[in-house]
Design a protein around this ligand. Structure first.
Ligand SMILES: *Cc1c(COP(=O)(O)O)cnc(C)c1O
Length: 443
């Protein structure tokens, strides 16, 4: 069965009677006028659709728990929406912990993860009652035990392990291979378990956690990952008599940024995970563990688009035609960071037969600030609204104020209604943290 992460555009995207692009029943040209550009637009129906795909796909394994990887997009409104859909949260910083806390999320559904959590962040997590902390290394085991014991608390943990699986994705977003910066090597697990059982009396180990990468198109890697996790759970039981009842396989399922991308469906991933888990439970003779998954990108990417206004253009003699828009690498760093590819459409122009090949340039002062190289579009003109698709994940969450440009606003659309969920930054916001020392003021 197909799932929403396999689409190029939000499920509600269509051309309306005025000939404009419409998303969530809202004319995006009108959205651009009302909220200004650049503007992140999120389609609620697409988000809820993917959530339902995940729930439907994994229902054959009743002990399933879904968590959304907040680093893909973390706002109070989206956290609330995903919590309502039954998701918990994988968080990686105090900022993410604070955001979901303020959104009213039950903190027991939250897992704190990361390779260098600070004393303050771990303390905040313990005080807020974060449900699980996925401990990444020996230093953190000792630090967390200290924090827990000084508060006379028992903290529930997982061990993040490096399963040694190579998957074919960009080097920077691979995480499960052996020399990754994340997690305990398989050969270090026993030492960690021994420390927890014998020394770190304020830590309670519930299970193992792994994450093998991002924008993954292969399904077999998830089966291999399951096998390694279950094998380790069985080995730990045999060696230490410790029964672990949670395994967390991380996230990573890919999405369709361009026609060339063919991500597997959520149903295909669920099928391979559940089948392999079921067979491994028998093979290694363990009790069926609770299964946790943590998708980020595949939940939120397709639902998001970014609207820009076309400004200047430049025809390089005998070269490229550049079309510049009013955003770029500060609102979407992925093309300059990972050479990520995107598709786009002029929202106020019907697809016509006369198409031009142009390059969409951002407005930031870097030659590398190119959003889309060589895309075929109806001749873009100044004032046109350009809609770039699949920007829901790792765009706003990676956005910066480079060139001292205020961050864009975000709206959630559904049933012809639009609601601002992140306000546009103002010039005052930009300087609100600046301080001029008195000695510079004196003159
Ligand atoms: C980034 C991350 C995820 C989510 O990855 P996606 O590719 O966005 O699905 C899940 N778990 C962990 C531990 C991560 O670091």
């Amino acid at each position: 069965m197909d799932s929403t992460n396999q689409l190029l555009k939000p499920v509600t995207a269509k051309i309306n009677d005025a000939g404009n692009l419409e998303i969530g029943g809202c004319d995006v040209v009108a959205l651009a006028e009302k909220y200004e550009t650049p503007l992140y637009v999120l389609d609620e129906q697409t988000i809820r659709g993917v959530c339902r795909d995940y729930k439907e796909a994994f229902k054959a394994y009743p002990k399933i728990n879904m968590m959304f990887a907040s680093k893909a997009l973390c706002t109070m409104a989206t956290s609330k929406l995903l919590f309502d859909e039954g998701f918990g949260f994988d968080v990686v910083s105090s900022g993410e912990i604070y955001t979901v806390y303020k959104a009213g999320i039950d903190m027991s559904s939250v897992l704190f993860n990361g390779n260098n959590k600070s004393f303050d962040e771990l303390t905040l997590a313990v005080e807020f009652g974060v449900g699980r902390i996925s401990v990444d290394n020996f230093f953190e085991l000792s630090l967390l035990n200290e924090i827990a014991s000084s508060r006379h608390k028992i903290v529930d943990i997982l061990l993040r392990i490096t399963p040694g699986i190579e998957c074919h994705t960009h080097e920077y977003i691979q995480t499960g291979h052996l020399d990754s910066k994340f997690g305990f090597d398989l050969t270090q697990i026993d030492e960690a378990v021994e420390l927890i059982l014998n020394e770190y009396k304020n830590l309670k180990l519930h299970g193992l956690h792994a994450h093998i990468g991002s924008q993954i198109f292969e399904t077999s890697v998830y089966g291999d990952e399951i096998e390694i996790l279950v094998k380790e759970v069985a080995r730990i039981d045999e060696k230490f008599g410790l029964k672990l009842d949670e395994i967390n396989v991380g996230g990573g399922l890919g999405v369709k940024y361009t026609e060339d991308d063919c991500p597997p469906s959520v149903y295909a991933i669920a099928d391979i995970i559940i089948k392999r888990l079921t067979s491994c439970i028998k093979k290694y003779n363990i009790d069926a563990p609770s299964l946790f998954i943590e998708p980020g990108r595949s939940i939120i990417s397709t639902a998001g688009v970014t609207l820009y206004t076309v400004g200047s253009s430049k025809q390089v003699p005998k070269g490229k035609k550049y079309i510049a828009v009013d955003g770029g690498m500060a609102d979407n760093p992925r093309p300059s960071m990972y050479r990520a590819k995107y598709i786009a459409q002029i929202a106020n122009k019907k697809e016509v037969s006369s198409l031009n090949t142009v390059t969409i340039a951002g407005r930031f002062c870097e030659s590398g600030d190119i959003l889309i190289k060589d895309i075929s579009l109806p001749e873009p003109e100044e004032g046109d609204i350009l809609c770039v698709f699949n920007t829901g994940a790792y765009n706003y969450s990676m956005a910066s104020n480079y060139n001292r440009v205020p961050k864009a606003a975000m709206v959630l659309v559904n049933n012809s209604q639009s609601d601002m969920i992140v306000k546009r930054e103002t010039l005052e916001d930009l300087i609100s943290h600046d301080v001029i020392p008195d000695r510079l003021k004196e003159k």
